[in-house]
Write a protein of this length. Structure first.
Length: 280
């Protein structure tokens, strides 16, 4: 593992600046987001981890799902880092975790960023439902299908064959070093079904919904992610050009720039509002 990215108490703590918790997606491994971790660390103190149940996590995933296990996991990360609050940024399935955290722990969320977010009412259809029911048996088919779905984005971001090959090698190394567990992925999907996401408080924190281009994200299409606009009416929504579902990997610098610029805008608005209140 590279210097500066050594696990510390079951989490990664890298960079300086405002604390930012980066929540990984359905596959559960922080290593898959390494490019985004490194890019964000240029502006933030990045705190990230592998989801409950993974071998390098100190929190088990209950057999009955236990979606709010991830809420407690973020609490533990913030406590270990000595941070009373942080920017919470979730990617894909991790964005649903981040949303849940913001509704239950609003006092600990400075800003909320949802990247290619899976919404609470997301329903698996067709073959994806079958993948979740038979995760181990159908995992090879799931991998082939996933590669096919991301091809348009991969070709759009990397027009040259040499760049595609080089990036594919980097991604392959991360997947080999930190393989995903199909059984855990299936259990995470099932854990969504037992949660009433509307029972908690509404999100008060400034929120950014970051989506890819329509037609390039064929995992969680942008129109599906836009459902969060009804849940968080004050949210700002932005599209990352030339990306689909893999912006944290294919365009990490652009992803970090979007996050950083949003945090600065939100901070400026907060300072302006505070100034007006003082003047009144």
């Amino acid at each position: 593992m590279e210097a500066g990215l050594q696990p510390r108490e079951f989490m990664i703590d890298i960079g300086t600046g405002p604390p930012l918790v980066l929540v990984p997606g359905l596959q559960g491994r922080w290593e898959w987001m390494r490019p985004a971790v490194e890019a964000l660390a240029e502006r933030f103190r990045v705190l990230t981890f592998s989801l409950a149940g993974e071998k390098d996590s100190d929190i088990a995933l209950p057999r009955d799902g236990g979606f709010d296990t991830y809420v407690r996991q973020i609490d533990a990360v913030l406590d270990r880092a000595g941070a009373s609050s942080a920017i919470i940024c979730g990617v894909s399935f991790g964005a649903l975790i981040a949303f849940r955290y913001a509704t239950l722990r609003g006092h600990r969320v400075r800003q909320l960023i949802l990247a290619s977010p899976v919404p609470p009412d997301f329903e698996l259809r067709g073959r994806f439902r079958l993948y979740s029911r038979l995760p181990r048996l159908l995992f090879p088919l799931f991998c082939v299908d996933s590669a096919r779905r991301v091809m348009p984005e991969w070709f759009g971001v990397f027009p040259r064959w040499s760049d595609r090959l080089q990036q594919a090698i980097h991604v392959g190394k991360r997947v080999i070093i930190a393989p995903a567990s199909p059984a855990l992925m299936g259990r995470r999907i099932e854990s969504m079904r037992g949660v009433n996401f509307r029972e908690a408080e509404s999100v008060a924190a400034p929120t950014l919904i970051l989506i890819g281009e329509s037609g390039l994200d064929r995992t969680v299409p942008p129109e599906v992610s836009r459902r969060y606009c009804a849940l968080i009416p004050h949210a700002e929504i932005r599209t990352m050009n030339r990306t689909g579902h893999l912006g944290t990997v294919t365009r990490p610098d652009a992803f970090a720039s979007e996050v950083g610029d949003f945090v600065e805008r939100a901070g400026a608005r907060h300072a302006s509002e505070a100034g007006r209140k003082v003047a009144m």
